[in-house]
Design a protein. Sequence first.
Length: 309
Amino acid sequence: MSAFQKTPGWLDWDPHPSRPRFRMPKGAVDAHCHVFGPGAEFPYAPERKYTPCDASKAQLFALRDHLGFERNVIVQATCHGADNRAMADACRASGGRARGVATLRRGVSDEELRELHAAGVRGVRFNFVTRLVDSTPREDQAEIAARVARLGWHVVVYFEAPELPGLLDFLAALPTTVVVDHMGRPDVTKPVDGPEFARFLELLREHPRIWSKVGGADRLSVTGPPAVKGETAPYADVVPFARRVVEEFPERVLWGTDWPHPNLKHHMPDDGLLVDFVPRIAVREELQRKLLVDNPMRLYWPEERKGAS
Ligand code: 0GY
């Protein structure tokens, strides 16, 4: 049992996801997921904005195997602040099958960076979503980015679409590959050809260093999941957005389940159904392989790609 009281109304992850119908390419990577605690072993951070249910590394690895993934990229969740122990522990325990993305504060020691790198961390996340974090000065983030660039890491950014104009210069100046979470969180009730999403696509066109995750359909969707568990074609409203990004930038897209799905208010997705979303946004085998295997391997396990075509 957790030593922490969950945020009221918290939705727990689905313990019985269906098996995906989609046959994933060999070596697929779930490139966006988290671990939460367990709180009794890895306490949640005092500055957190929510207290989740526990979601341990063993549960994450069981889900990986059930869904048919071979690897995970574990993104530090804000409920752990800049205490990366739970995420790093999961990476270390994975036998090389998980890499991590950390949260760092300015002043992090070289020794801590070396330890995180040895655990498998290859990126730092800057979060601009104010319901999740207090803001961090841009100078701090710029300094952190310069330090992790020397380790060959990249920067992951999480923001919502209305914030993009104010971030353009900052993102353009970052010295690393930059990965945007959840397509910059478009409002999917707006047209895919409208000015808001055009701004995001323009960002990727102008900056070949900027990548996008195209997961988070459960989070972005307004139409939601199907009424009957196990039915196909959920999250129809997100499909045109994700498909557009995959087809225009096939070498710079990543996908992940987002398990254990923090802060969902209306429903908890069936992770098997979420995997079945992939062939609707990456409609050809070649695109599926890039999205699920080639791109995440290039970014997170580049040493295994040496000599690969
Ligand atoms: C996500 C999205 C959310 C939360 C976090 O680190 C986090 O707490 O990323 C969210 O609430 O939108 O990508 O998991």
